[in-house]
Design a protein around this ligand. Structure first.
Ligand SMILES: Cc1cc2nc3c(=O)[nH]c(=O)nc-3n(C[C@H](O)[C@H](O)[C@H](O)COP(=O)(O)O)c2cc1C
Length: 184
């Protein structure tokens, strides 16, 4: 069992990083393989909306501009058995880098239906609003919609803020460990 954690934070420490660390610890504790991809380590561009809006990605399932790191991450997702998507809440949504990546990924993979790279795979969604605490639900809702388009199975939704972080971070570790144990 291989678990891929995708992190949308631009930071190297803070609440979102604590969530990533907890998820990684939970996966490792369960004995599964774990890789963390920090999306900000790649120079990912936004979707170019090629030609009339539907580019080659619709039929070919790859991005014309994939050599910016996009194709590498697309393949890592295809190779994973389960995923964790972890983002700070920015403007009530995923961070711009996570949005930019998934805007392109969805175009490549959604048209593959049940053959898509995330189709049928369990996904743990984590959103951490750090300021007002607002926007957690709308962020998780956007992530849920993305997973529906990609036919992924949402394993759980975790919202973490400054007030609940002590017990939620412990819960993330448990959730990530449980993600690796398919329920019969
Ligand atoms: C551009 C931007 C927009 C943000 N929007 C929100 C928001 O809508 N709601 C909220 O509670 N926090 C918001 N924040 C705060 C982040 O959610 C916060 O930095 C982060 O989740 C806290 O964790 P961190 O320590 O990982 O940064 C925003 C931060 C930035 C930089």
């Amino acid at each position: 069992m291989k678990v891929l954690i995708l992190s949308g934070t631009p930071k190297h420490e803070g609440l979102c990083c604590s969530c990533v660390d907890a998820a990684q610890a939970g996966v490792v504790k369960s004995g599964a393989e774990c890789e963390v991809v920090r999306l900000c380590d790649y120079k990912l561009t936004r979707c170019a909306m090629c030609t009339d809006g539907w580019g080659a990605c619709r039929a070919e399932h790859t991005c014309t501009f994939g050599d910016d790191g996009f194709s590498v991450i697309q393949q890592k997702i295809a190779n994973a058995d389960a995923l964790v998507l972890d983002t700070p809440v920015y403007w009530g949504d995923m961070t711009e880098i996570m949005k930019a990546f998934f805007d392109r990924f969805r175009r490549c993979e959604a048209m593959k239906g049940d053959e898509g790279a995330m189709a049928g795979k369990p996904v743990l969604l984590i959103a951490s609003p750090g300021g007002s605490g607002n926007g957690m639900i709308s962020c998780l809702e956007q992530m849920e919609r993305l997973c529906r388009h990609l036919r992924a199975n949402i394993f759980d939704y975790v919202g973490v803020n400054r007030w609940n972080q002590n017990y939620k971070i412990a819960a993330i570790s448990e959730a990530a460990a449980a993600l690796t144990k398919p329920v019969k």
